[in-house]
Ligand binder design. Structure first.
Ligand code: NAP
Ligand code: MG
Length: 400
């Protein structure tokens, strides 16, 4: 069988720990036998980031801007422990944070559903659309050892100042300044409305506008204005709706729905809620994730991290049962998008077929430990990380 030819390289961002161990195995067993894979490789492993003073992360984001589609492995965001573990020069920033700040955009996280692991009320995927710019992820913080006056100061281009007292601090305390831009919020709203129309699902959005009368209210107004002026008719035609409520209300309601909507979330809400949605749907390893930038860039990744605990077992020579599904879906998502942009339908067909093979393999009872723990009926066989990939590869071969 001849391999599928690619025209433009994918920008490949490698990562750390257990996901770094699995990455080349996925390529070798599931992608390279079928696709003449073209990538431009950036090593975002923690050592390389440290060595290059994190320049490699910036170079990788620029490469995504050049080629349009990237695929990223999970990476360590170093805290003090990691600085000691890897003798790092400093606590480098989150690579995802750096990349998102450069590309802007919205992260869509969609659970990968299989029929066997069952969740009570949710029958359809809840897609979390996370605004990937600003707020606490691009903040300024001060920790003071004394009391004093905390103020918010804004200086416009002409040098005019606007001041707002935050608090007269009576003693030591903490301060945080966050921002967002109308342009970014507006492109977030647009990305969500477009996604909802594409997938023919309702769009829910929530903030705390009753408490945050400037900040959160601006999100609400931008969403509502854009919806009224540009999307209302398209939503009606698609038979879907836009629903705005308060963030606490949306959470209470979400629990009781059957799922099947896009949940547009501010940056922090999306960070936290996508993990909750993923684990409620079964496993963090069954959640795909894509960053859609308003400038037409796409970055695919798994929603989970580097699975550190499994990696330490792996280092001791023990077998792990790490689930590579979300990592594989990152590859299929990126290849499908590349196929779409370069008009290579065979890449999309390959991706659809590989994804279906994975779902069928799990549904026939062959899975990793995370799924076996929640699976009803019981798994036929609980596989280790590599056996699981081998099983998928065998199944896929028989379908060629
Ligand atoms: P994690 O890697 O997401 O893993 C948390 C736990 O979830 C694991 O210990 C494991 O549970 C389970 N899990 C996650 N992925 C799994 C998989 N593919 N198969 C089976 N089980 C899976 O989060 P973490 O351990 O808190 O973070 C580790 C590192 O990842 C940190 O340095 C963090 O900075 C980084 N991180 C990176 C990203 C990213 O690059 N996008 C995102 C989040 C975190 P059991 O141990 O119970 O089996
Ligand atoms: Mg999170």
């Amino acid at each position: 069988m001849s391999k599928i030819q690619m025209k433009t390289p994918l920008v490949e961002l490698d990562g750390d720990e257990m996901t770094r161990v699995l990455w080349p195995v996925i390529k070798e067993k599931l992608i390279e036998p079928f696709v003449d894979l073209k990538t431009e490789y950036y090593d975002l492993g923690i050592k390389k980031r440290d060595e290059t003073d994190d320049q490699i992360t910036i170079d990788a984001a620029n490469a995504i801007k050049k080629y349009g589609v990237g695929i990223k492995n999970a990476t360590i965001t170093p805290n003090q422990e990691r600085v000691e573990e890897y003798s790092l020069k400093k606590q480098w920033k989150s690579p995802n944070g750096t990349i998102r700040a450069m590309l802007d955009g919205t992260v869509f996280r969609k659970p990968i559903l299989v029929s066997n692991p069952s969740v009570k009320s949710w029958k359809k995927p809840i897609v979390v659309g996370r605004h990937a710019y600003g707020d606490v992820y691009k903040n300024a913080e001060i920790k003071t050892e004394t009391g004093g006056k905390a103020e918010l100061v804004f200086t416009d281009a002409k040098g005019n100042e606007t001041r707002e007292t935050i608090m007269e601090l009576p003693g030591p305390g903490i301060l945080q300044g966050t921002h967002n831009t109308n342009a970014s919020i507006s492109s977030f709203a647009r990305a969500c409305f477009e996604y909802a129309i594409d997938e023919k699902i309702d769009c829910w959005f929530a903030t705390k506008d009753t408490i945050s009368k400037q900040y959160d209210q601006t999100f609400k107004l931008i969403f509502e204005d854009l919806f009224e002026s540009e999307y209302k008719n398209q939503f009606e035609e698609a038979g879907i709706s836009f629903f705005y409520t308060l963030i606490d209300d949306v959470i209470a309601r979400m629990m009781k729905t059957e799922g099947g909507m896009l949940w547009a979330c501010k940056n922090y809400d999306g960070d936290v809620m996508s993990d909750m949605v993923a684990s409620a749907f079964g496993s963090l390893a069954m959640m795909s994730s894509v960053l859609v930038s308003p400038h037409g860039y796409f970055e695919y990744e798994a929603a989970h991290g580097t699975v550190q605990r499994h990696y330490y077992k792996h280092l001791k020579g023990e077998k792990t049962s790490t689930n590579a599904v979300a990592l594989i879906f990152a590859w299929t998502g990126a290849l499908r998008k590349r196929g779409e942009l370069d008009k290579i339908p065979a890449l999309a067909e390959f991706s659809d077929k590989l994804e279906q093979t994975i779902i069928d393999t799990i549904e026939s009872g062959y899975m990793t430990g995370d799924l076996a723990a929640i699976c009803e009926p019981k798994a036929v066989e609980v596989l280790d990380s590599i056996q699981f990939l081998d099983t998928i590869a065998q199944q896929f071969q028989t379908r060629q």
